[in-house]
Design a protein around this ligand. Structure first.
Ligand SMILES: [Zn+2]
Length: 387
């Protein structure tokens, strides 16, 4: 296993020259779905809608937003193009991805809202700062096939027959793309077990070319309550390799990831989003320590086929927004509220990274984000590891 050789994220930590930020949105305490027209994308579900909206944003952005495909790197199993929106001109590259799980659709809407605001909205002070210090590479739909099928996973398609690849039980082989960046484990034959899907290969190659400084991954989760309360959690904040956990016991990433989430926690609280907790599994007593996730592989500096021989790594965090379409818990009424929460958390974090505010957060503030006592780690390489 490759160990972190450098702290690439250090370039993020530029000194803040500005006073504490005052977000224009901070007076606008959200209490439900907005009907003021700003959240007009709530009905987006399809891949083709995403393309159309990206093109609209690009056209009205007067050159500030550039939309392109990753066709040079590959297409999805069902031959759909991957789309990226680039906005900003700063030296720090931020990779933002949504909907690696195809049925987690509000994440796409938040990503598009972010691009729209940064590319076509009023040039508020914090927006200018973000665009000056950062360049964002936003992937609104990482899993286009799963988005079309409304499934978490995707299916492997045989390149020649164009039929689904079957598993040993004769069922179509389904791949969770967020467990497919895993070259650390080998299967029983000693073969490298990873990159089953074309999606993973294409995005991996793009990552090795781009070498981002920071990455944010957007998800949905099922119903849970904030520890110590009866309140439904509206968002959980997570790091896929547990800070100071078994895989990364002692790296600077344990600070920057916790600082970033501590910053998001505070920012969302100021916006009135108070039902935020830490991402845990089991009955809330386990943190995850998953190596095959995209965020994890980026932090570990995954080197496949010599494409990352230089050992690039970057810190990465994820948001889990309430609501899963498959559980029927994603009601129309709350969509605007949840999309806005995602968007505001993202935008706040970007300002925090751009301004240097994130690095001023005490990493131990992570402990203040509601969570149960952590007694172990849920892993994808050794079952559950008790502390
Ligand atoms: Zn997910």
């Amino acid at each position: 296993m490759k160990i972190i050789s450098a702290f690439a994220g250090a370039t993020i930590l530029t000194a803040a020259l500005l006073a504490a930020p005052v977000f224009a949105d901070s007076q606008n305490v959200p209490g439900g779905p907005s009907t003021n027209g700003e959240w007009s994308m709530e009905s987006i579900v399809t891949y083709s809608d995403m393309i159309k909206i990206l093109r609209d944003i690009e056209r009205t952005s007067k050159g500030k937003v550039e939309v392109f495909t990753l066709d040079n790197y590959g297409k999805s199993e069902q031959e759909r193009s991957f789309y990226v929106a680039k906005v900003g001109s700063g030296p720090q590259k931020i990779w933002i991805q949504a909907r690696i799980h195809g049925n987690e659709r509000l994440t796409t809407e938040a990503a598009l809202q972010l691009v729209k605001t940064l590319g076509t909205g009023k040039a508020e002070k914090e927006v200018r700062k973000i665009l000056e210090e950062l360049t964002l590479y936003v992937i609104p739909i990482y899993n286009p096939d799963g988005s079309e099928m409304n499934t978490r996973t995707t299916k492997l398609i045989d390149d020649e027959t164009k039929e689904p690849v079957l598993d040993k039980n004769g069922k179509p082989r389904e791949i969770d793309l967020n467990r497919d960046w895993n070259l650390l484990d080998k299967d029983e034959d000693g073969e490298i077990d990873g990159f089953a899907a074309d999606e993973s290969k294409a995005f991996y190659k793009y990552w090795t070319d781009l070498d981002p400084d920071f990455m944010i991954d957007l998800h949905h989760q099922g119903f849970k309550t904030v520890p110590g309360t009866n309140e439904s959690t509206s968002m959980s904040l997570g790091v896929s390799l547990a800070p100071n956990g078994p895989t990364l016991p002692d790296t600077p990433y344990n600070d920057i990831t916790r600082q970033a989430q501590g910053y998001v926690f505070d920012a969302l609280g100021k916006y009135g989003y108070t039902h935020i907790d830490r991402y845990t599994v089991g009955d809330g007593q386990y943190e995850i320590d998953i190596r095959g996730g995209v965020t994890s592989a980026m932090m570990l500096g995954l080197d496949y086929d010599g494409l990352n021989a230089e050992g690039h790594t970057n810190p990465a965090i994820f948001f889990e927004t309430k609501g899963m379409t498959r559980e029927g818990s994603l009601g129309q009424k709350s969509n605007g509220y949840l999309t806005k929460q995602n968007y505001l958390g993202l935008k706040a974090l970007l300002y925090g990274l751009a301004s240097g505010e994130v690095e001023k957060v005490d990493p131990e503030h992570w402990e203040d984000i509601p969570h149960n006592e952590i007694t172990g780690y849920s892993t994808d390489y050794a079952g559950t590891i008790m502390k």
